[in-house]
Design a binder for this molecule. Sequence first.
Ligand SMILES: *[C@@H]1O[C@H](CO)[C@@H](O)[C@H](O)[C@H]1NC(C)=O
Ligand SMILES: *[C@@H]1O[C@H](CO)[C@@H](O)[C@H](O)[C@H]1NC(C)=O
Ligand SMILES: *[C@@H]1O[C@H](CO)[C@@H](O)[C@H](O)[C@H]1NC(C)=O
Ligand SMILES: *[C@@H]1O[C@H](CO)[C@@H](O)[C@H](O)[C@H]1NC(C)=O
Ligand SMILES: *[C@@H]1O[C@H](CO)[C@@H](O)[C@H](O)[C@H]1NC(C)=O
Ligand SMILES: *[C@@H]1O[C@H](CO)[C@@H](O)[C@H](O)[C@H]1NC(C)=O
Length: 931
Amino acid sequence: MANKWYVSFFLLFMIPFSLLPKSYAQSTNQSNDEHQILLELKKHWGSSPALGRWNSTSAAHCNWQGITCTNGAVTGISLPNQTFVKPIPPSICLLKNLTRLDLSYNNFSTSFPTVLYNCSNLKYLDLSNNAFAGQLPSDLNHLSALFKHLNLSSNSFTGKIPPSIGWFPRLKSLLLDSNQFDGSYPAQNISNLVDLEVLTLAHNPFMPAPVPVEFGRLTRLTFLWLSNMNITDEIPESLSSLIDLNLLDFSSNNIQGKIPTWIWQHKKLQYLYLYDNRFTGEIEPNVTALNMVEIDVSSNELTGTIPDGFGKLTNLTLLFLYFNKLNGSIPPSIGLLPKLTDIRLFNNMLSGSLPPELEFPKSLWSVVTNQLSTVMIQNNSFSGTFPKQLPWNFTRLDISNNRFSGPIPTLAGKMKIFIAANNFLSGEIPWDLTGISQVTEFDLSRNQISGSLPMTIGVLARLNALNLSGNQISGNIPAVFGFMTVLTILDLSLNKLSGDIPKDFNNLKLNFLNLSMNQLTGEIPISLQNEAYEQSFLFNPGLCVSTNNLLHNLPICRARTNVNNDVSRRLIALFSSVGSIMLLGSAVLGIMLLRKKKHKQDHLSWKLTPFHILHFTANDILSGLCEQNWIGSGRSGKVYRVYAGDRASGGRMVAVKKIWNTPNLDDKLEKDFLAEVQILGEIRHTNIVKLLCCMSSSGAKLLVYEYMENGSLHQWLHQRERIGAPAPLDWPKRLQIAIDSARGLCYMHHDCSPPIVHRDVKSANILLDPNFRAKMADFGLARILLRAGDSESFSAIAGTFGYMAPEYGHRLKVNEKIDVYSFGVVLLELITGRVANDGGEYYCLAQWAWRQYKEYGLSVDLLDEGIRDLTHVEDVLAVFTLAVICTGGQPSARPSMKDVLRVLLQFDRTSNGGILQDDISDETALSCIID
Ligand SMILES: *[C@@H]1O[C@H](CO)[C@@H](O)[C@H](O)[C@H]1NC(C)=O
Ligand SMILES: *[C@@H]1O[C@H](CO)[C@@H](O)[C@H](O)[C@H]1NC(C)=O
Ligand SMILES: *[C@@H]1O[C@H](CO)[C@@H](O)[C@H](O)[C@H]1NC(C)=O
Ligand SMILES: *[C@@H]1O[C@H](CO)[C@@H](O)[C@H](O)[C@H]1NC(C)=O
Ligand SMILES: *[C@@H]1O[C@H](CO)[C@@H](O)[C@H](O)[C@H]1NC(C)=O
Ligand SMILES: *[C@@H]1O[C@H](CO)[C@@H](O)[C@H](O)[C@H]1NC(C)=O
């Protein structure tokens, strides 16, 4: 084997090496050869932060960054994080003494580099955090038998883990987590690796299965990470033999039964993560695992009480027991743990009161626990009062939804988040707030706070969210609020505040403001007089607005109406300075102004036409149209992502498309618009994005769609880094997306009469749900805009460059074959990974593909790098051919969407391939007949 590589290496690098003084093959001078091999590596991988400093003039390659030598021979290469893309070259194994290779955090995307089989001394290999893909080869054991450390985590490997993984007798660490391995893993073989100290299989989509009993043989394990891999049943007793464990992580599985007693009595265990499973029963009361540092058993179904024994774990820093069914009180001893920094017990049924009855809170709040910084005990039934002063180190305290009473404590100096909503706290807000100048979130809503808002609140310069609603606070709103410029959420509703809203509120950029149900008076600051704050001032009988900014249900301020109106003021100035000659002109101007005002008034009355059962109101949508929720702009308008309705009553995320302010539509056009939208709203198809409702006022139109979590296909193909996608889409996903969108188009073309043409099919209009099922978006939108008579948006109907069929633009009358053309372009994007308008010298992708096809035929070079693995190549190339046919110049020669779908289904190897689904059979009821 080695000889063979020798020869091929020689052929590969013949030219550079023939320039050397002595023939390489003689190998007389290992160091010289290795120097040359490294320079070739540099040439191959291109310049990178570390390689940039390797050069031929500095002879001592043993000093180059990333290189380790032993007795002058290269034994280690460590080049993480260098942006390498090109495959690992065979020449690397010519470094005969190489024992350690670390290429983690690069951009390799090939299959497993079997070239490393020739590195006969390799013991340590780290390829983690790349994009290696495909199955691991079954003959993986061809890697050196000396292996001690193999790290393949955080890649895109798929398929089953081969049994040969268990054939490295000296392996000490095996890291396979965070890949796409599936099926069952070879537990028997892995359990033969009796020297293993580190084993990670977490975050892989394995078939549901229990923890292998055989793992009990891995008695040297110190680090066992098996989270998020579909584990079922109970933890086997055999694991109690893993007496050296330092970390045990079974989180996010489906494990049941009691947490085994041995875990709570483990002598060495420091980190225990069992959260997000289905553990039941009580926690073993006899806790003697004295080395525990972090315990997280949250989100299970644990019952009983918190064991007193936790109070003996003197090294404990983190204790998470939230989302269980624990009852009783917190053992006093926990309050005395010297290193505890973070305790989260929320959403249990815990109770108990503060001193004098119980010792715990005294110690929990006291200076003894000077490390404690986070306490989250909300949603329990704790009661009692606070000490006057909380410990200095607290940064986050959430005690909401309990039964605490008494005055508000003087807060701790490092406090960032203080949430005490829904208790029985009383008294005034302390005047001295200087101690908590770091606080960002402050919530005392639904208590019994009285007195007024102290002016000193202005010292809270980092305050982001303030909620004091539902108390009995009286007096004025201090003007100092206007200078709290990072405030984005302010809720003072349901109090007894009176007086004006300070004018300086104009300085604030609030996402949420609620001053409702107070006794405020006077004019609302100008910048708050708009739709976004429509719900902010309800039930304050004394508030008013100026004329040109009508809000629902609020009267116009009488005395200030015109004086405050800038335009009017200018108009008056105009009058007096120019005199009566201008009278006529001014009158005209005045009339125009009036019309404009009238228009603005109409603008604020919204008509909502629902097409589905809605769990939100028009106001929910309107209040969400703020800059923070803006997610993009198309040519037709802005798009917002809005959480509409409240969680309890089925609220959900929606996408709101705000069509650019359309000019005044006359009644007929308005009717046409609504008729068009009605047709789209009544479409029910799994592969078409649901139009939930339409909102219309004379100035603007809002289309509210279901929200698609995974964004658009365009982003997944072309903006992978921007959206943080871990790996390129694989072929089965791409095919599924093609089939789904073809179904959507097929339905609109063949099951609607007359057919509905999309007119703007493109990857940006194909949206993906959490399972990567695709839906077509913006169906018929182009046509709506055309119907709405908006000549300015004519560009919107002209399709998108790169996707437009050649006849589009030349002919007024187009048919559904323009969609087939655009869909062909989408197929090409899916296959080649190129963007639609990038054809290099060939003008666009469709042209480029046609050229390639004609001149070079079908070849793997056409394919996107993410889908070059050989299992699907034939299918992919067949679909490429289909795409070329779809993008043919002659509309009549293009297949129909029904034909396209039929072909695509032939390549669907996962499910009922080849069978047409009901939704495209001819005789289904036509739900969208245009009258
Ligand atoms: C080569 O390395 C030496 C020493 O690090 C440096 O001074 C020199 O500029 C480098 N030459 C090139 C061409 O990068
Ligand atoms: C990779 O390099 C970048 C910049 O050089 C650095 O910010 C980042 O922390 C590095 N990441 C790792 C994992 O070393
Ligand atoms: C390098 O490896 C060769 C063969 O495995 C061995 O003979 C030689 O001693 C090693 N050199 C060093 C410096 O370890
Ligand atoms: C668990 O197994 C099921 C059935 O094989 C599979 O569909 C699912 O993706 C797996 N879940 C995870 C989180 O791996
Ligand atoms: C608690 O468990 C330990 C073993 O870790 C044992 O020695 C001790 O007797 C037990 N104590 C009680 C009270 O059961
Ligand atoms: C706690 O941690 C210290 C070092 O931080 C260590 O010496 C000690 O053994 C640990 N265990 C116990 C039970 O104190």
